[in-house]
Ligand binder design. Structure first.
Ligand code: SF4
Length: 166
């Protein structure tokens, strides 16, 4: 099994989704958004490698925190992220959120099998690039108003984007 290249792991954070969360920042991003909060994450070789097992140990060491994959863009490592999320959903009762700079409709149109597998194991996808002109500090869990909090499982069933609400 491939390893995941991880830039950082932040435990007990409250800014990347509801409740306490273990946020895993994946290395590598090709969107290069103007005003990116984390340009050091663009380098696909930054950070350190972790096995899925090693990340599961970090995740399971905190009984109350849910999980968020951020970056960087986790979709660049979709195959191994899918395996990580499959294990989280089958071995814990934690919710999984994932941030990406790609837009939902483009992701579905591309139908990459690893990305589709990842989608089947996450609860909410925060989609789209950060757009500086649409920046809004009042928004919940996202930086610009083009980005959506997508309830992935509902959306896969209905075939149209269903936004997540508390
Ligand atoms: S998608 Fe996110 S990490 Fe990537 S360049 Fe845009 S803001 Fe930065």
């Amino acid at each position: 099994m491939k390893k995941l290249r991880v830039l950082d792991i932040v435990e007990c954070t409250t800014v990347d989704g509801p409740g306490f969360r273990t946020s895993i920042y994946m290395a590598g991003c090709r969107h290069r958004c103007l005003g990116c909060h984390n340009p050091e994450s663009w380098n696909e070789l930054a950070g350190e490698e972790y096995t899925v097992e090693e990340l599961m140990l970090v995740i399971q060491s905190d009984p109350i925190s849910h999980v968020t994959l951020s970056g960087g863009d986790p979709l660049l490592q979709a195959e191994t992220c899918a395996e990580l999320c499959r294990r989280i959903k089958s071995e814990t009762d934690k919710s999984v959120w994932c941030y990406t700079g790609y837009v939902w409709e483009d992701i579905i149109a591309q139908a990459n099998p690893h990305v589709m597998s990842l989608l089947h194991h996450i609860d909410v996808l925060v989609d789209g690039p950060f757009v500086l002109a649409q920046r809004d500090v009042e928004l919940l869990f996202r930086g610009s108003s083009n980005q959506r909090l997508i309830d992935v499982q509902k959306t896969l069933v209905s075939g149209r984007v269903e936004e997540w609400h508390r």
